[in-house]
Design a protein around this ligand. Structure first.
Ligand code: UD1
Length: 420
């Protein structure tokens, strides 16, 4: 169980290079199951979640060759077979359930356990299953195992999602690409990661239109083949460094980003009074201004991302005035509030709202990363707090931030990983 020791480190200065998006790479890896050839994926963030997904693919006969230096994966599905993958891996990442759609499409049936992942809410999979059912599959759920069987093949249909779930949109698209006829999915998620998945599938020969809009049309094709694809930049990693730059009153250049994907985050930071300069694939964050309180409501894209809510809570804790966060996506995503309170933050949680009254200073303490983005929030708080902050359970942080310790040291942060 490793820990981070962080000393107050203000005025961080330097360059940060953003990795490929974890949340784009995970569904794209699952989508490789649909290929009949060789797939090359570039700008891969070699995080623990990605390694788990690669191991899941290997369990079903897929060859996965890692080129860590060039951040590339070479994947071949020539020897693929269908079997229930091991629960030890499935329970570690929520995204393991993204194997269901492509396996169902390729083999007509799949047997898979309920997924794991960050404990930020109940996280049901009913919308995924409703989609598979509408495409003609039968579903039996017993003893934590889900058997999905499309005896007569998958047939294109119209599917309306009750909520624009990211995972359900991805799974249903992947299940539909080899179905007979046309599938129309309405009220789908419009996240950039969905658009990236669709671009990847279309490069392999799929016929999908409407990515990035609320209605996606998929015309079934017979098979998918080779392709080379570069993963989009990670907007949440970039957003985290933006907040970190603002909170430490630093001056950070963030490279390899797509400014368009960061609009909800940059506009909130500007509202707080943070100075931001945007140029093509670079954002500079700096500010000596006095920051203002703001209110945030998490929403599906293009709204404010739930995955940036904890990091903003750290910033709001040290900003003058009272800020309110309304979390509408996950029902249990304020676990970082009590950890920040241990550091002296003044936060009250009432149902789906957190009321944050800015304090003059926070102080280092022993805290726990309860999930991935909560861990990122604690790093930001630790850099701003007087004294030393000790963060435990940092494996959560390493699930989503590649080389975070080194990246932070390069911009002047006093952070050290210790083995316990
Ligand atoms: C993805 C992201 C995660 C992000 C989330 C919301 C990946 C690997 N993870 O997670 O980082 O926080 O989007 O932007 O891309 N829901 C149901 N039934 C379902 C599916 C979802 O009720 O069948 C609910 C969930 O419980 C949650 C909400 O819908 O309350 C959003 O979930 P969803 O968009 O599916 O998130 P994930 O795909 O799990």
């Amino acid at each position: 169980m490793d820990k981070f020791l962080i000393e107050q480190s203000l005025n961080l200065k330097g360059d940060i290079y953003i990795e490929g998006a974890k949340n784009s790479c995970l569904p794209i890896l699952a989508a490789c199951i649909l290929s009949n050839g060789n797939v090359i994926i570039k700008r891969v963030p070699f995080l623990s979640d990605i390694n788990i997904m690669c191991n899941l693919l290997k369990e079903i006969g897929i060859t996965v060759n890692k080129d860590l230096i060039n951040k590339t994966l070479n994947i071949n599905t020539k020897n693929i077979f269908n079997k229930q993958v091991s629960y030890e891996l499935v329970k570690k990442i929520r995204a393991s359930f993204l194997l269901a759609g492509p396996l169902l499409a390729r083999f007509g049936k799949v047997s898979i356990q309920m997924p794991g992942g960050c404990a930020i809410g109940v996280r049901p999979i009913d919308l995924h299953l409703k989609g598979f059912k509408a495409l003609g599959a039968e579903i039996i759920q017993e003893h934590g195992v889900i058997e999905i069987n499309a005896k007569n093949g998958l047939i294109g249909t119209e599917i309306y999602l009750d909520f624009p779930s990211v995972g359900a949109t991805e799974n249903i698209i992947m299940a539909s690409v080899l179905a007979k006829g046309e599938t129309i999915v309405s009220n789908c998620a419009t996240e950039p990661e969905i658009v990236d998945l669709i671009e990847f599938l279309n490069k392999m020969g799929a016929k999908i239109e409407g990515g990035g809009t609320e209605t996606i049309k998929i015309k079934g094709v017979d098979s998918l083949n080779n392709c080379t694809h570069t993963i989009i930049p990670d907007r949440i990693e970039a957003g985290t460094f933006l907040v970190l730059g603002a909170a430490t009153k630093g001056e950070i250049n963030i490279f390899n980003i797509n400014c368009e994907h960061l609009k909800a985050i940059t506009s909130k930071l500007k509202e707080i009074n943070v100075d931001i300069e945007e140029k093509d694939n670079l954002i500079k964050v700096y500010s000596k201004n006095i920051f203002k309180n703001v209110d945030i409501k998490t929403m599906p894209y293009p709204g404010f991302p739930t995955d940036m809510q904890p990091q903003f809570m750290s910033l709001m804790s040290i900003v003058n005035g009272t800020s309110i966060i309304n979390e509408t996506i996950f029902e249990n995503r304020f676990m970082h509030a009590s950890e920040l309170s241990l550091m002296g933050a003044n936060i009250k949680v009432e149902g789906s709202s957190a009321i944050i009254s800015g304090v003059e200073k926070i102080t280092g303490s022993k805290v726990k990363a309860t999930d991935l983005r909560a861990g990122a929030a604690l790093i930001i708080a630790g850099l701003c707090a007087e004294g030393v902050t000790e963060i435990s359970d940092i494996y959560h942080i390493e699930r989503g931030y590649y080389n975070i310790e080194e990246k932070l040291k390069n911009i002047g942060a006093k952070i050290k990983k210790i083995r316990v």
